[in-house]
Design a protein around this ligand. Structure first.
Ligand SMILES: *[C@@H]1O[C@H](CO)[C@@H](O)[C@H](O)[C@H]1NC(C)=O
Length: 378
């Protein structure tokens, strides 16, 4: 009897096993369903958050205003009508200079080969008097920059500047900063010296873009720099005793050999040069973004964390064709892409000044002041 019961229940064992397995599978399946339902809810919630974020960002950009010759305009307007057309987008509504990202940053190889292609195009005998009609929108930032005429021909003029003082370097190292900086304009040039004194260059190796008289190079050496390479359209006769620290190269040779220099410099300096790039005044090719190309080139040759000392006219965005550009909130944002802005120096004080919107726009339209901004390559 006992035996019989035992045998009877034993027959159910396989059945129980199958039932158990079914139960486990069903449980796992239900849990999995729950989990994936949860995940899809999370991802759709993320999508909603992202959409809300972008709406929120747009709303924020509408509230932040920058000054142009048209008056105050919203960063959203600049984002849509200027930055996106040049391939940038605002990532943070900072003032006086919005922070941008480049939608598709060109590789260094493209930056240099484009520059070379443009520089090898034949140029007119005289610098053009007006902005080429088909490039007007680009030159004028789609009308967000003021424009007037101020024609200068530095290509064919007899009194065009020639390199000077490259044989007087041992004398120049004894000059006070006022005399060195005075070789530029009044006290403006001293801003370079002040900036280099604040951000010392001890043992560093740097490059100077465009230089007739070696006051920038000497300012760098006096503030600790170990080596300076000058990129200049004229051949320079450097005093013998300084050849261990100073050298020069023509722009075309520099660009052809860019790979040698890529990512190698601790610092770069450009004073009163970049604002002319692309306007044709010096016989250079007409290029609405000549100055922005220079910034991309400089970014390529600097080490990560390397410093750029940049002296140029600041004010409300304007172009005085073909004399120069004046840099305000709109164009500075594109110029500063890929860099962090560390400080701004005038010739009057050794301490950096706070370049607020108020100060940047303190002059009337076409008015400007020349300062040195210090940028760190990101
Ligand atoms: C800029 O202004 C000029 C003349 O005032 C006009 O012809 C041109 O269409 C404007 N460009 C844009 C992008 O609004």
């Amino acid at each position: 009897m006992i035996n019989g019961v035992y045998r009877k229940s034993a027959r159910f064992y396989p059945f129980l096993l199958v039932l158990g397995i079914c139960f486990i599978i069903t449980t796992l399946y239900i849990q999995n369903q729950k989990a994936s339902g949860y995940l899809s809810k999370v991802s759709s919630r993320n999508r909603v958050v992202e959409e809300q974020d972008s709406v929120q960002r747009r709303e924020n950009l509408k509230k932040v205003l920058a000054k142009t010759h048209k008056g105050l305009v919203s960063l959203n307007e600049l984002n849509e009508n200027v930055y996106k057309k040049f391939g940038y987008e605002i990532i943070s509504p900072t003032l006086p200079v919005p922070t941008l990202k480049m939608i598709k940053e060109p590789k260094c190889g493209e930056v240099f080969s484009e520059w070379q292609k443009i520089s090898e195009q034949p140029q007119p005998e005289y610098p053009p008097k007006g902005i080429p009609a088909e490039r007007k929108d680009e030159f004028l930032l789609y009308n967000y920059t003021a424009v007037n005429e101020w024609y200068i021909n530095d290509k064919n003029s007899e009194k065009g500047e020639k390199p000077r003082l490259w044989d007087k370097l041992s004398e120049m190292v004894t000059w006070p900063k006022e005399k060195l900086g005075g070789l530029a304009y009044g006290t403006d040039g001293v801003s370079i010296y002040n900036a280099m004194k604040f951000h010392r260059l001890d043992g560093k190796s740097g490059v100077v873009i465009g230089s007739m008289k070696p006051w920038v190079e000497i300012s760098a050496l006096l503030n600790g720099a170990a080596k300076v390479l000058t990129v200049e359209y004229n051949e320079l006769k450097i005093q013998d005793e300084f050849r261990d620290r100073m050298s020069s190269i023509l722009p075309i040779n520099f660009v052809k050999n860019w790979k040698i220099y890529a990512g190698t410099f601790d610092f770069a300096v450009s004073f009163s040069s970049i604002e002319h790039s692309g306007l044709g005044r010096y016989g250079d090719p007409i290029d609405p973004i000549g100055d922005i190309r220079e910034m991309l080139k400089i970014k390529c040759i600097l080490k990560k964390g390397g410093l750029l000392f940049l002296g140029f006219p600041l004010g409300t965005d304007a172009i005085q064709y073909n004399a120069h550009r004046i840099y305000g909130s709109v164009r500075l944002a594109m110029m500063f892409y890929g860099f962090e802005w560390l400080g701004t120096f005038s010739g009057d004080t050794e301490q950096p000044n706070d370049l607020t919107s108020e100060r940047l726009h303190s002059k009337p339209i076409f008015g400007f002041f020349q300062n040195t901004v210090v940028l760190r390559r990101l």
